[in-house]
Design a protein around this ligand. Structure first.
Ligand SMILES: *Cc1c(COP(=O)(O)O)cnc(C)c1O
Length: 373
């Protein structure tokens, strides 16, 4: 991806390559063809900025967006008048009119969700589209098998609402060989058969790579569009689209025995050069990436060469051992990469004891967002 611009006064920079985001979506769309490829843009497009990501995806051909909340649906609607928008959290009690207002479709997840949406349709004297979200074994959100049986036995609710999608979500799709994938696929096919015919959706970024069986009519990738690799074994046809950089504020020479940072949890074994970088847990750089003697976790990269975080991550600052970089190391004012060439989202997630998804969505507003492409 292109080199980021250095903006004066900025301590941290998130560079989003919108061309790569669009290319990733197109690659996924080609992979799942003839199924439709939607885009999950919840949590402000995984922290990258929905206002820029949605228009880019729309221009690439995406027609169906998924968000988590009614507020997010309104935000996306303001960016695209004609796209289909599904709300994955379903109906918070009383929120049906708010969703109808912006022409968003709830993913109805409980019997009460279904009844509330049906009542709204009755009151407006028209059927309004919604998804039925059925739980096939994740046991998190969605209609149970018993709920589906009850709905199917009555049948009247289906005449009142417009079921435009039947969806479910996989628990273990990041592990292709997990037996739970096939169990959920079978449960989904069985429950779907009890419902009125409607397009179906089961797979997110990882599930869509499990094969054509899992793609049905519509897939719902999020993470892979933003360049993440969601599967532990299968490689998604996408490239990184996000680079995160932070500024070096000071470089200091320390002697053997000197400690670094809060709690003095890391001590130099030898004469060392330490760069202090303007990023911390207040920016989403996890405190769990602190480096103690004998156990280094977080890393940054300078011109493609890695350097370990030493000492505690504090709110605004990290300290990095750049001794081994010698004269090629960073100086005051240089940017180092926190995520970028040689430092994937997955590697950063693993270093912090979490996943790339959390790394992305935690990037703070303090980092300036810069868009290219
Ligand atoms: C977040 C979410 C997705 C997208 O998941 P990715 O792994 O980011 O592709 C799809 N479906 C549901 C129900 C979700 O909650």
């Amino acid at each position: 991806m292109p080199h980021s611009q250095t903006l004066e006064g900025n301590t941290g920079l998130v560079t989003v390559d919108l061309k790569q985001v669009a290319a990733n979506w197109r690659a996924l769309a080609a992979l799942v063809n003839p199924a439709e490829c939607g885009a999950v843009v919840k949590a402000d497009a995984y922290g990258l900025g929905v206002a820029r990501v949605v228009p880019a995806l729309r221009a690439a051909g995406c027609a169906t967006f998924f968000v988590a909340t009614a507020e997010e649906a309104a935000e996306v609607r303001a960016l695209t008048a004609e796209s289909v928008i599904y709300v994955l959290d379903g109906l918070v009690p009383g929120s049906a009119p708010q969703l109808a207002e912006v022409g968003a479709r709830p993913a109805l997840a409980t019997l009460d969700d279904c009844l509330e949406w049906a009542a709204l349709c009755d009151s407006r004297d028209r059927v309004m589209a919604a998804a039925l979200h059925i739980d096939t074994g994740l046991n998190r959100l969605g209609l149970s098998a018993a709920d589906v049986t009850a709905l199917a036995a009555d049948g009247s609710v289906f005449n009142r609402i417009g079921v435009s999608l039947v969806m479910s979500h996989l628990a273990c799709a990041d592990v292709p060989g997990d037996a739970k994938n096939r169990q959920q696929l079978l449960a989904f096919e069985q429950l779907r058969a009890a419902l009125p015919p409607a397009p179906a959706s089961l797979a997110a970024s990882d599930g869509l790579m499990l094969g054509a069986d899992y793609r049905f009519d519509l897939v719902r990738p999020g993470y892979a569009i933003y360049g993440g690799q969601p599967s532990r074994e299968l490689v998604a046809p996408v490239q990184p689209a996000v680079r995160v950089q932070a500024r070096v504020l000071q470089v200091r020479e320390l002697a053997a025995g000197d400690s670094v940072g809060y709690g003095a949890v890391w001590t130099c074994g030898t004469r060392s050069r330490i760069a202090t970088v303007a990023a911390g847990y207040g920016d989403g750089f996890a405190r769990s990436m602190s480096g103690v003697n004998g156990e280094l976790r977080g890393q940054v990269s300078f011109r493609g060469r890695l350097a370990p975080v030493v000492g505690r991550v504090s709110m605004d600052l990290i300290t990095v051992d750049v001794t081994h970089l010698g004269d090629g190391g960073p100086n005051r004012g240089d940017f180092v990469d926190l995520i970028g060439p040689g430092l994937t989202l997955e590697a950063v997630g693993q270093a912090g004891g979490t996943i790339g998804y959390e790394v992305l969505t935690r990037l703070s507003r303090r980092f300036h967002r810069h868009y290219v492409g």
